[in-house]
Design a protein around this ligand. Structure first.
Ligand SMILES: NC(=O)C1=CN([C@@H]2O[C@H](COP(=O)(O)OP(=O)(O)OC[C@H]3O[C@@H](n4cnc5c(N)ncnc54)[C@H](O)[C@@H]3O)[C@@H](O)[C@H]2O)C=CC1
Ligand SMILES: N[C@@H](CC=O)C(=O)O
Length: 390
């Protein structure tokens, strides 16, 4: 019988994703231990309300309303609360103790990534975020590590499951946006505030993260052009269909001569393109790289049972100390586990329409001025978004 030393894991938040992560950590503790070479013990779960109903049956004795105490006694902290300020403060607190952190919080990373990574670097801790982009799809590590020696030229991503689900329901069943959003929310795809999904902010945060990794730079969230799906109409979807296109909310990250461009907006995708076949809440990230050519990463993008796999995969690889007390003094500990168009159907509504060469283009709908798009610069390079060349 092999005896493993034990890593204590603190979970912050027990909502859709957090409760599933907790359930998996409990149910698969032995399997994780043998893979990670260390025992994994769920030390506690910080919640707001001890009596709130949860998606999974969690041992009551693990619940606490005191995240600070929990963090102090843990080796790895998994943040699944969402939101900005509390999450930021608690992650900084955890890193300050030398704990490794796992987060799926793309909004936080896009807004405060440099600060958080600097804090991790300072104490030699790790900050994992594989589940922050594209749900269950492993995309962070491939971009950061596997493609590090290549030159990524462009990324086309369907990175928001909620909007893909909505557009797919509108396309295949003729459902309205509101009805489809209600189902997406019920299924746990949507953010706590679904405006972040339908206005494109969630996809924009993911685009900033992807563009930063792909082009080895920092992409401020404010520089990502952002237009959601609220102005997409049933008529536009039907007209796109007739013309052989599917409307998708795309995150497009490109290395242009003028600089890095990252933008999010509805686009017409030719029905034969692999991205057109991404249905429901699935995501796909289509990467074009100089040496590797075209790659497509595909899988479940949202839904409570999907991202947990990415969370506990990174937790189990994350370093842990033999005792929390020993952490603060370690500056660079040995880490054996570490790897470290709008689819306007009527030409009159299009700001850019399909070109004579048959390329599908970026189409902007006149009704979308309430989105962050209208307030932000179009892209990092300040160049206007370029039409897509498929
Ligand atoms: N739902 C999904 O499919 C995916 C979600 N994510 C991200 O994972 C994170 C969690 O998402 P969900 O589970 O869907 O959200 P959720 O809203 O279902 O759960 C968040 C939970 O955290 C709790 N919470 C918030 N602040 C807290 C605090 N200060 N102390 C203790 N508990 C607190 C809330 O009460 C809630 O129970 C978010 O950052 C989200 O963007 C990432 C990938 C997929
Ligand atoms: N609300 C998000 C959840 C995962 O990141 C989405 O719909 O993609």
């Amino acid at each position: 019988m092999i005896e493993y030393r034990t890593l204590r894991v603190a979970l912050l938040g027990a909502g859709s994703v957090g409760s599933q992560v907790a359930a998996q950590l409990i149910a698969r503790a032995d399997e994780l231990a043998s893979r990670a070479g260390a025992g994994i013990e769920l030390a506690g779960i910080a919640v707001r309300d001890l009596d709130a109903p949860r998606d999974a049956d969690l041992p009551r004795e693990l619940l606490t309303t005191d995240p600070h105490e929990l963090i102090l006694s843990s080796d790895i902290v998994v943040e699944l609360m969402g939101g900005i300020e509390s999450a930021r403060t608690l992650i900084l607190e955890a890193l300050g103790t030398g704990a490794d952190v796992v987060t799926a919080n793309k909004a936080l990373l896009a807004a405060h990534g440099p600060e958080l990574f600097a804090a991790a670097e300072q104490v030699g801790a790790q900050l994992h975020y594989e589940a922050a982009v594209a749900g269950a799809i492993p995309i962070i590590r491939p971009l950061r590590d596997s493609l590090a020696g290549d030159r990524v030229q462009r990324i086309l991503g369907i990175v928001n499951g909620t909007t893909n689900y909505i557009l797919d329901e509108m396309h295949t069943k003729g459902l309205g946006l509101e009805d489809a959003l209600a189902v997406a929310t019920e299924l746990g795809y949507a953010e706590a505030d679904p405006t972040a999904d339908i206005e494109g902010h969630d996809a924009a945060a993911k685009a900033a993260i992807l563009a930063g990794l792909a082009f080895h730079t920092t992409v401020p969230l404010e520089s990502v052009h952002c237009e959601g799906i609220t102005a997409v109409t049933a008529e536009q979807i039907e007209s796109a269909k007739q013309a052989g296109y599917v409307v998708k909310l795309l995150a497009i990250c490109e290395q242009l001569d003028s600089g890095v461009s990252a933008r999010v907006h509805p686009a017409l995708v030719p029905a034969a393109h692999p991205l057109a076949s991404v249905h429901g809440a699935n995501n796909a990230v289509f990467v074009q790289a100089e040496a590797a050519g075209d790659l497509m990463f595909y899988g479940a993008g949202a839904g409570a049972s999907r991202p947990p796999a990415r969370c506990w995969a990174t937790s189990s690889r994350s370093r842990g100390g033999t005792s929390p007390a020993g952490r603060a003094s370690r500056s660079r500990p040995a880490r054996p586990w570490a790897s470290r168009p709008s689819a306007a159907s009527r030409p009159a509504t299009r700001s850019r329409s399909r070109s004579r060469t048959g390329r599908a283009c970026w189409l902007r709908s006149p009704g979308s001025s309430t989105s962050r798009a209208s307030r932000s610069r179009p892209c990092c390079s300040r160049a206007p978004p370029a039409p897509l060349r498929w």
